[in-house]
Design a protein around this ligand. Structure first.
Ligand SMILES: [Zn+2]
Length: 60
């Protein structure tokens, strides 16, 4: 399942399909594509279930 993490956490596209931004969180790497960065910034609630602790994120 290690490869599954090398995809956008929202749309599951991998780095061969789309550029991915790597983030560090709780000692793990998360990847997200530019298309879904606005979700992370403005609608982090939408990531609940995708990122552990996302319910504690606040919108920017
Ligand atoms: Zn994506």
């Amino acid at each position: 399942m290690e490869d599954a993490k090398k995809t956008c956490l929202v749309c599951k596209k991998d780095e061969n399909e789309i550029p991915l931004i790597v983030m560090k969180y709780k000692g793990e790497e998360l990847r997200i594509c530019p298309q879904h960065i606005p979700v992370l910034i403005h609608n982090p609630q939408n990531l609940v279930g995708l990122i552990e602790g996302a319910e504690n994120f606040t919108a920017g």
